[in-house]
Design a protein around this ligand. Structure first.
Ligand SMILES: [Fe+2]
Length: 310
């Protein structure tokens, strides 16, 4: 009952928590879609939906983050976080976006099979024609080493993605190897960085380039002090300069369990609220991103009821 009371409050108080938009000159290019690359051999083009809205001037994708089944959840069989993820899936089905991107922390304890089973069961309720991509969070690869990486790969099957839809690029990377400080992580980071540069370069002429990662580069400013919710200062310049060079438009992240936003040098840093338990006045919610001919907007909604009302 407590959770429903909270959700009602969330709905009444702040259906739309954040809303930002911007424009790019010549946004509607009509260019043909660049071929994508994807290591796991899946379709690089997001076309699993059978071409639905393929050429639409406006389309919607959804970012979710920190489904994190079991996080701060003392209920039997993780009922609370289970229900919150289910709410998100119902909302997604109601919207039926062209794709869903989960920026990580799929479950709280990766070694807990029940949490993974709950995540998988909820995910199986998502309409099967909605393409779904994830990047790992720090709870999914808890300490970047061979064993934990292999465990993640055994469950998910890939650790990054680069896909296209309607002349837009969607590139996801693992932030754990950027954050963690050990030899194994450093080598993995180098390998991924080379891959990232190639993917960014290939996407340079796309209408928009969206990057997805679990940990934000920073929460409110690139100058902010190192912390749990940011890249180490020494790493920021490397990634930001690459993102700027190749015209990245927005970075979508999670990890903080609250909401933060800033823009720097033409890149929007969108740090999203979680699907499950939230901090600092944030709400369990999903991020609905609408891409149009002259820009893109995003907004957060909590619970399937909101979507039904739109
Ligand atoms: Fe996290």
């Amino acid at each position: 009952m407590k959770r429903f009371a909270f959700l009602r409050f969330a709905l009444a108080a702040a259906l739309v928590f954040g809303f930002h938009s911007f424009s790019l000159a010549g946004g509607a290019s009509g260019r043909s879609v660049a071929p994508g690359k994807y290591d796991a051999g899946q379709a690089a083009e997001i076309c699993a939906a059978g071409g639905r809205e393929r050429d639409a001037a406006e389309f919607v994708f959804v970012q979710i983050t920190d489904t994190q089944i079991g996080f701060t959840d003392k209920t039997e069989h993780f009922h609370d976080t289970d229900s919150l993820m289910r709410d998100a899936i119902l909302a997604i089905n109601a919207i039926h976006p062209v794709a869903v991107f989960n920026t990580g922390d799929l479950v709280n304890k990766f070694g807990n099979q029940e949490q993974k089973d709950i995540y998988t069961r909820n995910l199986s309720e998502m309409d099967s024609d909605i393409p779904y991509w994830v990047v790992p969070g720090n709870h999914d690869i808890r300490g970047f080493n061979q064993k934990n990486y292999d465990g993640y790969m055994a469950f998910v099957g890939y650790d990054r993605f680069s896909v296209r839809y309607n002349d837009c690029a969607f590139i996801g990377i693992d932030s754990n190897r950027i954050k963690d400080d050990n030899e194994y992580a450093a080598a993995a980071e180098e390998e991924q960085f080379e891959w990232l540069l190639a993917e960014l370069k290939a996407a340079k002429k796309c209408r928009y380039t969206f990057v997805f990662m679990h940990c934000p580069v920073a929460m409110t400013s690139l100058d902010e002090a190192d912390g749990h919710n940011s890249f180490p200062m020494a790493k920021r310049e490397r990634y930001i300069s690459a993102f700027k060079k190749y015209g990245v438009d927005a970075i979508f992240s999670g990890h903080s369990h609250c909401y933060s936003y800033f823009e720097d040098g033409g890149i929007q840093h969108i740090n999203s609220m979680p699907v499950t338990h939230a901090f600092n006045g944030a709400y369990p919610s999903i991020n609905i991103v609408t891409v149009g001919p002259d820009g893109f907007t995003f907004k957060y909604v909590a619970g399937a009821e909101v979507i039904a009302g739109e």
